[in-house]
Design a protein around this ligand. Structure first.
Ligand SMILES: Nc1ncnc2c1ncn2[C@@H]1O[C@H](COP(=O)(O)OP(=O)(O)O)[C@@H](O)[C@H]1O
Ligand SMILES: [Mg+2]
Length: 221
């Protein structure tokens, strides 16, 4: 039996108006799950709730069997540093530094080494000596993904990771993420509005009318 990495039960959240309620979600080792939905439906908020950044109004989030919103701050920090891989749209790279230096910071903090094969697969090996500010948006995006994977996280949360990429590069990034999951017994939660990316995952859900419904995406799209 594969282990449950993330279990969310009866999640509800409201900002100015109720965003969603009764959300249940399970992620196991070796599993990739996509969440699609229209802009404003609450996808990013849900991802922040799953990943320790927003405490939901109701419900429970268990991360590796720990009740995420009842942990000590130091335990949450430890999880964020070692277990969580977060690929959000605003990628916080240090602009004045070289690409390689950005990766070194992440690997130093998590006592890992830089995986050269990963850089080759993401087609950014040649950019390593350049400053982040000199790279294209798509190259920066891939450096930030390499930085996240270099930490060897147990769960990856990705919010529109292919949003700024052309189709070919988007497919390449998706393949790297899915291979990472398999090779490391990890899990992926992918938020996207792009169903052609979403259908590459093992399971898909749609956030609509305040509910999270399981959907079947046709591979003919
Ligand atoms: N920190 C916040 N404070 C108040 N409202 C917010 C906050 N974050 C998101 N919202 C609102 O919640 C709704 C859903 O946002 P979001 O989760 O970003 O949706 P999606 O990612 O599906 O586009 C939007 O109406 C947004 O304005
Ligand atoms: Mg969003």
């Amino acid at each position: 039996m594969s282990k449950t990495l993330l279990k969310a039960t009866n999640i509800a959240h409201t900002f100015d108006y109720p965003l969603f309620s009764d959300i249940n979600f399970d992620l196991k080792e070796n599993e990739s799950i996509s969440i699609v939905g229209r802009s404003g439906s609450g996808k990013s908020t849900l991802l922040h709730i799953f990943s320790s950044f927003i405490k939901p109004n109701e419900g429970k989030v268990e991360f590796l069997e720990k009740d995420l919103y009842h942990l000590k701050e130091s335990e949450v920090e430890d999880i964020r540093c070692n277990e969580l891989g977060i690929i959000f749209q605003a990628h916080y790279l240090f602009k004045g530094m070289k690409a390689i230096e950005n990766l070194e910071i992440a690997t130093l903090l998590s006592s890992q080494i830089i995986d050269n094969e990963l850089l080759e697969r993401l087609e950014i090996k040649e950019t390593m000596e350049q400053k982040i500010g000199e790279l294209s948006g798509g190259q920066q995006q891939r450096v930030s993904i390499a930085r996240v994977l270099s930490k060897k996280p147990k769960i990856i949360f990705a919010d529109e990771p292919t949003g700024n990429l052309d189709k070919e590069t988007a497919n390449l990034v998706m393949n790297v993420l899915l291979e990472y999951i398999k090779e490391n017994n990890a899990g992926l939660v992918l938020v996207t509005h792009d169903e052609s990316m979403a259908k590459l995952c093992n399971k898909s859900y749609r956030l609509e009318n305040r509910k999270l419904e399981k959907i079947k995406l046709s591979s003919a799209i």
